[in-house]
Design a protein around this ligand. Structure first.
Ligand code: 9MR
Length: 402
């Protein structure tokens, strides 16, 4: 992170007072993050409400901030709902708008949860991302049995028309195609060998974007991808393949407005100029960038919770310090509201060896702000301060008025 490393350190010093205060408080009172999060700790004395919220600080930096939400919790858990209302200017359904949720049968749609989410967001003036219209995962069970080369194209078209059409004019953005690149599949174009590719052919991506634009002309149409963040060879190759695809789409006038960089980060991995270059390349072809699914996998970090929380906070800080100076980055979302219910605590391959739950997010499982909350908020402030000195317009549509 050559260029950005010193910047991060400087920012770290600026923000160190809050973390130092928290650590000192922990040492003095024993009520800071120590053992299992189930005992409930947060940052004593840190106001996260109103003008101190992430959405307020993000707005000052001309960005949106939000969470991926669980629609059932949003309905049933008042504290969870209040935190979403307090912190978010944008939300996305973690699962409720996937095919698996919306399509109980090949000829049926089930919109109850998605409709409720759209109403919730509209009534609170929170923007909504749609995730997603075309993906190789979260397909319903009937898919493998009933979808063939004969009906696949029409099925995808109808799905996008129906779903994007139903919420037309109400969505900030749609992840139209999710995770379509996998270099390891060995194709020269880098495309992942998905059922959609096999059944429709390579133009399924272009088709999906065109149908989405027709169905909802006002949503920002997004390509969303993971595995492109690190400084590794694999990530560099994947970035190159994604960029090649995006450029080809743009050359063909396919309606494409933004790229989602998922940002599922790994503690102790390096993030740097390769990703920064990618964001700039996206800008050059007229694309906004959203950080769509941020969290930090802490499975390689020590058990001690204070150490883990500070290390996770530092990674959020250095990652956002790297990317937020890029003016085409206009939204940041974490993948989940709190450490309770994070996808990282499901599945053996993500489990920590010490058996403790992962702590990947900005709020603990009692919905209390963690050091990462402060770190993220300060990166928003740094962007605001930099923006005051250096104003570069975003290439596409301006941010909707807040
Ligand atoms: O967090 C989501 C988990 O609850 C689902 O079981 C899973 C399959 O639908 O998807 C998870 O979310 C993924 C997202 O949709 C796309 N990027 C990777 C996310 C984490 O796997």
């Amino acid at each position: 992170m050559s260029e950005t490393h010193s910047f991060s350190r400087r920012e770290l010093l600026q923000g160190a007072s809050m973390l130092a205060a928290t650590t000192a408080m922990t040492a003095l009172t024993g009520c800071g993050p120590k053992r299992s999060s189930s005992s409930g700790h947060g940052l004593p004395g840190v106001d996260v409400s109103g003008s101190h919220s992430l959405k307020a600080h993000a707005m000052d930096a001309r960005m949106l901030f939000g969470f991926a939400v669980n629609t059932q919790k949003l309905r049933d858990d008042a504290a969870y709902r209040a935190l979403v209302e307090q912190q978010c200017s944008i939300i996305v359904a973690e699962n409720a708008m996937k095919w698996q949720a919306l399509r109980p049968a090949i000829d049926q749609f089930s919109f109850a949860d998605a409709d409720a989410l759209v109403e919730f967001a509209a009534s609170r003036h929170i923007r909504l991302r749609g995730h997603n219209l075309c993906w190789h995962e979260a397909l319903p069970e009937w898919f493998a049995k009933q979808v063939t080369a004969v009906n696949a194209r029409q099925l995808l078209r109808d799905h996008i028309r129906t779903v994007a059409g139903r919420y037309a004019g109400r969505m900030h953005s749609w992840d139209v195609v999710n995770e379509a690149i996998d270099v390891k599949d060995g194709r020269p174009d880098g495309l992942r060998n998905t059922p959609w590719l096999q059944l429709i052919g390579t133009d399924y991506i272009e088709m999906a974007f065109r149908v989405a634009r027709d169905a909802d002309p006002s949503a920002l149409l997004t390509y969303n991808e993971y595995g492109i963040e690190q400084e590794t060879q694999d990530a560099a190759m994947k970035r190159a393949a994604v960029l090649l695809m995006l450029r080809r789409l743009k050359q063909r006038n396919v309606p494409l407005d933004a790229v989602g960089i998922q940002s599922h980060l790994q503690a102790q991995s390096a993030y740097g100029t390769g990703l920064q270059r990618f964001v700039r390349d996206c800008r050059e072809i007229g694309l906004e960038v959203f950080l769509t699914e941020m969290d930090v996998n802490d499975r390689t970090l020590p058990s001690d919770i204070a150490t883990r929380d500070i290390t996770v906070a530092r990674l959020y800080r250095s990652y956002l310090d790297l990317l937020l100076p890029e003016r085409n980055v206009t939204a940041v979302l974490t993948w989940g509201v709190s450490d309770a219910g994070t996808w990282l605590n499901n599945g053996k391959d993500r489990a920590r060896e010490d058996g403790l739950p992962q702590r990947p997010l900005l709020f603990d499982d009692h919905l209390r702000a963690k050091p990462a909350f402060v770190a993220v908020r300060e990166t928003f402030d740094a962007r605001r301060q930099a923006g005051a000195l250096r104003s570069t317009p975003t290439p596409q549509k301006p941010l909707p008025k807040l």
